[in-house]
Structure formats: C-alpha cells, structure tokens
Write a protein that binds this ligand. Sequence first.
Ligand SMILES: [Fe+2]
Length: 421
Amino acid sequence: MEPNTQRLLHTFAALADLGQEIADNADFEEMLRASFHLLLGSLAIRRGAVAEYDRERGQLRIAAMRGITESGQTELPLAHDHARRLASLGSALSFDDATKEAERFLGDQKEFFGSVEIELLVPLVIRERLIGVVLLGEKANGEKFNEGDLEIVCSLARHIAVGVHSHRLLEEVERKAEENRRLYDGLRAIYKETVHAFAAAIDIKDRYTNGHSVRVGKYSEIIAREMGWNDEEVEGITIAGYLHDIGKLIVDLSVINSPERFNAKESKEMSRHPAAGYEILARINHPYAEIPLMARYHHERIDGNGYPDGLKGDQIPPGAKIVTVADSFDAMTTDRPYRKRLPLEDVFVDFRANTGTQFAPEVICAFCRAFLREIEGTSKEKRLMKLLSRNYDNVEDVGPLLSRMISDLDGGTIAASASGH
Ligand SMILES: [Fe+2]
C-alpha cells in the first residue's frame, strides 16, 4: 500500500476513534488528552501541546502536552487581540500565516518553550472564536509538514475543537440549569416565607385563636404524611393549612373577636370566610394547585351539610377533608372566649361520633394512627405530643381509645371511603 494511502487510512481510523472518544467520554480532560495523543501518533510527531483558551482570564490552559517543558507551568497569557488574530486565521491552517503568528506567539512565551522548536500552531476556532490551540513540534523522521499532513492536522484539530466546544456548551447548560434551580429554590423560599407571614397576619387578626393557622398546617402535614402522600403533596397541604382561614382577613374584625358565641348575623358574616379565602388564593399561581380549593372546602361535611357549597363525600377534595379534621382538632383543643378547650378524650369521642357525617373516616383513622404511634414510641418524632403537651397533661392516656377507634374504623367504614386520595 502506498505510504500516503496508508496514512490516510490511519487518519480515518484516528478520526473514528476520536469521534468515539468525544461521544463516550464522560471525563472531558481525558478525552482531550486521548485526542491529542491520537493526533501526535497519526503523524509521528514527537512533541506538542493542546491548550484551551480562557477568554475571561486571557490565558491558554495546557490540557495535554508531550516533550515541551517540564516546568509544570500550565497557563500561558494570551492577550485578547492576539487571540482574535489567531481566530481570524480560520480553522483551515494556512502554514505561512500560522508560522508568522506562531513566531509572534512563541516570542511572547519564550520562558515556557525555551529552546523547544514549534513547527505548527493550529488555532481551534468555532464560530470565529478562538477556543484553544494545538502546538506541534517536528515530525519524528525530520521531514517538513506537507499539504497532506496539514489536512490531517486540520481534520483532527477540527474534531478536538468541536469536542471542546460541545463540552463548554454542556457546561454552560448545566450552569444555567443550576442557576435556574437556585432561582426556583429562592422563589419557593420567598413563597413559603410569604405564606408564613400571611398565617401570622391571619392569626393576629383573630386574637382568640393565636397560632391556630400554623398549628392547622402542622396537623394537616402529619395526617397527610400518615396517609402516604408524597413530599410535594405534603408541602402543599401544610401551606393549605397555614392559609385555610385567609378569608378571615376580609371578615369584619368585630365579628371575629366577639367574646360571645356568634348570633345569626355574625355567623353569616363569619361563614363567608371559606369562599372569600378561595377568591384571594385563586388569584395566586401556587406551586400546589389544590390550595384554593382546600381553603374553600374546609367547612364542608361528608354528609353534605357543610358550607359554602354543600359538597358530599368524594366531591370534597381529599386535602380539604384533611384540613377540616386538623382545623376542628385545633378548635377543640384550644380555649375560645366562649368555652374552654375540651378534655383530650372528649375530642376523640367527638371525632368518633362525627366520623362519616362531618369527618372523612380515612382521615380520622390516619390521625389516630399517627397519634398512637407517637404514644407507643414507634414514630420518629413526637410532634403531636409536643404540640398538645402545652395544654394537656398525660396525653398518652388516650392511647387505648385511639386503638379502639382505629380497629373500629379499619373494621369496615374505611374500606368503603378510602378511595379519596
Ligand atoms: Fe375556617
């Protein structure tokens, strides 16, 4: 076979290998080194280097080299105008121009190259921008580079350039994705802080139920977690708990803070708050779509006797059923101006009496289960017990009642209505 043909074949093989390297290699530095050694090998070149151009820093960073210097130096300054001139030589190597530029280039880098002879300087150019250079010393057989050699050098250099460029694009995409993620997390944090601020505003307006919204959020979270909701859904319902009474912000303050039980007119005013809350929340683009509905329907009842829409059973969104139980639990376990809190046992007796009419059985059951696990010490945290211990002694005394309720509910009612979520 003619030497030229043989070399062409070799180059084709090298190009194919290089394509593979670029496509497969997760380690970019390794890819660059492998490509460079393929280039040296395909023309039997003794020494050379490949460097990436860092525009921001105005320097070349050596990615791979052989036989150039042992100084360990890997960064060479390269002024912007010099980089521009190199780029304007184009990706096709013009030997003479390159040499002139190369001489100028080498003149600037005397310390680095010392007495090492560089024969070729190949700018790596993509879209008229310099992204790196390949520097090549003499061929092992001492011959000058001919046209055929230059073609091979250019093809391989072009491949390396594309590889470097793709890698940079990928890095840029990853950086943008990371930046977007940070922005998104930031927005999410702001959203949560705003929700907290709202919850505090709602609770301040209603001075008799101080901390109610935040507690309802926590109870809702515990119940949803027990019902097997995923993290995102749990976060959503926690926020729904915080905001469920937001409609109270537009209900007459004197009604909310009335020390008496409400009369008919006041009751009517007060019963506007779920629909009013929906109106407020529906205008906001929440990360969790159901939040406005959970606020609207937290006073609905399973038997259809609730308000504002008199929804029945599974017409009520699952999240609203949870907030209803959390809301009622907090109402019964805290003092109100017109009545003291109920004994804890009575709260669960009330739950039991109203399961299937006011409350969803699967929600009551999940709440009992979560509480019982805390009492028995099989849950990670004791959040309910901590929240209740401010108002109650010996909360663990309700354990046997919870057990009975769970087995009663599991015995039949649950299976029929657990299709909710
Ligand atoms: Fe409410």
